[in-house]
Design a protein around this ligand. Sequence first.
Ligand code: DGL
Length: 269
Amino acid sequence: MAVGIFDSGLGGLTVLEAAQRRLPDVDFIYLADSEHAPYGVRTADDIYDLTCKAVQRLFDAGCDLVILACNTASAAALRRMQEGWIPEGKRVLGVFVPLIEALTERDWGDNSPPREVDVKHVALFATPATVSSRAFQRELAFRAIGVDVEAQACGGVVDAIEDGDFILAEAMARSHVDALKRKMPKPQAAILGCTHYPLMLDVFQEALGADVKVFSQANLVGESLADYLTRHGDKTGSGEPAYLTTGDPKQVSNRATQFLRRQITFTAA
Ligand code: DGL
């Protein structure tokens, strides 16, 4: 069985890399909807339609399980997809829950009632669509009580990363941290709620200060996927990934190679 990994663009490659390290024999198919990225400034209906189309493409390519390695799609579309769109025998999982389980120090799938946790002041950095969905706060409320979340919609960071302009991405990340700190001067923890942001992890950490614990998704999702496949799936295959894009394969391959600092070759979806 192949496992699909979907993102609007290149950010999900951070999740794919971690999943490949943890599950070297699994066949992964990555799909970047580069033609329509960024999703973070689109309406929820638009994100839902685009995400269903992309996930269908991965089902058609032989994936029974698809990971939405995109917080924006997970926040704006996943619940609606799970309520009626996903065909029998297929699974679609998001990337929020592993992050919230780590923040609230829960084990995988622990569904016990919400309880008090150590962190009380949490900064959330995410795309405008993810922030306005309030999906993070909703999932957190199922697991923890008394946590104050201040969300910063980080417009422009994904565009700059997709354009390969890391100087601009860094400047924008710093200004979003400043804006957050004006609203919450002393966060104890910060969530990087967009799969593009791990590339800016050092920038976020430095701007926030060493005493702020920064939670980033890639490794957490890799771990929980390994756990999931141990329970439900098949962890064997050739380990040879395929990379698909709805954009220009040459341009996307160049950006991805720059992004991961190794040769990545995309083909047309
Ligand atoms: N990597 C996506 C996420 O995690 C980026 C969203 C976008 O395309 O704006 O939210």
